[in-house]
Design a protein around this ligand. Structure first.
Ligand code: SF4
Ligand code: SF4
Length: 499
């Protein structure tokens, strides 16, 4: 007996329905069928809203089943549902996207400053605002010489990567998301002058043309990695951890490994792609340093090497070790970061918020005098330009956006990416679903999102009276905390409002 009541109910207005079957053909979860009229199997509906939005007659609605579970404060829907599922299967509960527990969002407890009277603000419509950001290690000092009447930089700079605005698209592998989604991210990165990230799935040949806007990732599974791959990006990222699943590896279900994914990852069709939890050649900072320098050798010291870690308890000490190991960029992913598949218990109960991690890392690197040695990218639940600006004020050089980017191209946050059935053609490899995502249109939506956030960033910089995003980096004096206790304020390094 199945104890699980349907969580959602599909309501079809048969008077309005014109029997076009668009909804049936668009449901990736096979919850709809046509038997003289549209019928639903509510137990399969995940509220992805595809049917609701494609119906030309607005004849479908999906609502929460009000009597699905008799919940109480302590035993809520999630607990009851999960126990039924585990009692039936004896397995781990998989989910997708980011942590959904109601932990405090520190971004929502931080407010920004603005100029008044004595310190004039700047009008971004009339004055130039510099959003350009360079990622890479910076020398302790720079020497400038004059030659033939011209000033020249004498210091040899480590490799730098230019962003036109302080945003990168977070790592999402081909396999976890569709090639059309990857194409949209790559093309949008090129148009915006920013970067997208291959994730751990290797690089499809169709994306080679975007090399100047590609971060190529090296994860523990080492899928599709060789010298050619490493040289097909402007930056190489070693992935040690990920905010949504700190301490565990990756798992791409065999269901998502079709012919193309298998060629890109160099694994058999239909086989699960399992990345081990650790890199089997990294058990110390010295081992990490060896891999960093092996990659630098393989790329002729022309590309910054980034190390990505999940935000965990002693993240500041870990980041210090990474900077000393020779990394040029540290990418810190907070516990609200998304994923295509993870055990729910890891996603929701392991890791710490990016705001705290970022402040702790920036503090530590500054106090050790090595902040200039690495750039910091912060991610893990960045939802808006306001979050981005606060992250920069807390110490980030740039932010990574993953979930926000997917929402921009239509993701409805149904959290079923791991099933490979995404109705929206994003987290799936099923040809009939992939083709509904139009890369050109999705690219436009991503470009618009990045443009909007950049405009808002300029607006706030103007209100703060600064004309370069660089001036805001780590400038916590421009933040105040509201509704935070003394210890939280101390870790964040901000004063309370009113002070
Ligand atoms: S899974 Fe999505 S498309 Fe299918 S019935 Fe539910 S809301 Fe509609
Ligand atoms: S990508 Fe698709 S499956 Fe994943 S949460 Fe978004 S709509 Fe759902």
């Amino acid at each position: 007996m199945n104890y699980l009541m349907p969580e959602f109910l599909v309501q079809v207005d048969h008077e309005r329905c014109r029997r076009c079957k668009l909804c049936v053909n668009n449901c990736g979860f096979e919850a709809l069928d046509f038997k003289e009229r549209v019928v639903s199997d509510d137990s399969k509906c995940v509220a992805c809203h595809r049917c609701v939005l494609v119906c030309p007659e607005r004849a479908i609605n999906v609502v929460k089943n009000p009597v699905a579970f008799k919940e109480s404060y302590h035993w809520n829907v999630e607990h009851i549902k999960n126990i039924y599922k585990q009692a039936a299967t004896g397995g781990k509960l998989l989910t997708a996207t980011g942590n959904e527990k109601p932990y405090k969002s520190y971004f929502d407890h931080l407010v920004l400053d603005a100029c008044q009277v004595t310190n004039p603000s700047i009008d971004p419509l009339r004055e130039p605002m510099e959003l350009r950001t360079y990622l890479g290690s910076k020398p302790d000092k720079v020497e400038i010489v004059k030659e033939n009447g011209k000033y020249k930089l004498k210091t040899k700079m480590p490799p730098q990567v230019k962003l036109e605005t302080p945003i990168v698209f977070a790592a999402m592998s081909y396999g976890a998301i569709s090639l059309n989604a990857h194409k949209a991210l790559a093309a949008a990165a090129k148009e915006c002058g920013i970067l997208y990230n291959t994730g751990e799935g290797g690089l499809h040949r169709d994306l080679y043309e975007y090399a100047d806007h590609t971060i190529v990732q090296v994860a523990s599974g080492r899928f599709g990695i060789d010298r050619e791959y490493l040289n097909k990006g402007v930056m190489v990222e070693i992935k040690i951890g990920q905010g949504a699943k700190p301490g565990i590896g990756g798992h791409l279900p065999g269901e998502k490994v079709d012919e193309e994914v298998s060629q890109t990852r160099r694994i058999p069709v239909g086989s699960d792609a399992i990345s081990p939890a650790p890199h089997h050649d990294i058990y110390s900072i010295e081992d990490l340093s060896q891999l960093i320098y092996a990659i630098k050798e393989a790329t002729n010291y022309q590309k910054p090497v980034c190390v990505k870690i999940a935000a965990v308890h002693n993240v500041a000490a870990i980041a210090s070790g990474i900077a000393r190991a020779g990394a040029d960029v540290i990418y810190i992913d907070g516990f609200r970061g998304g994923t295509g598949a993870t055990p729910a218990t890891i996603r929701d109960h392991v890791g710490i918020p990016i705001e705290m991690a970022l402040a702790a890392v920036d503090d530590r690197l500054r106090s050790e005098g090595i902040r200039n040695r690495v750039s910091i990218i912060a991610s893990g639940g960045i939802r808006s330009s306001a979050d981005m600006i606060k992250a920069i004020a807390l110490g980030a050089d740039a932010v990574g956006i993953g979930t926000a980017a997917l929402i921009a191209i239509g993701c409805q946050m149904c959290q079923k990416c791991h099933t490979g059935r995404c109705s929206w053609g994003i987290a799936t490899q099923r040809p009939e679903r992939v083709r509904v995502l139009k890369p050109e249109k999705a690219k436009e939506q991503l470009v618009n999102l990045v443009r909007s956030w950049s405009l808002e960033l300029k607006e706030i910089l103007g209100a703060l009276g600064v004309n370069a995003v660089e001036s805001l980096r780590g400038s916590r004096e421009r933040l105040r905390g509201i509704g935070l206790n003394q210890i939280e304020l101390e870790i964040l390094g901000v004063k309370p409002v009113g002070r």
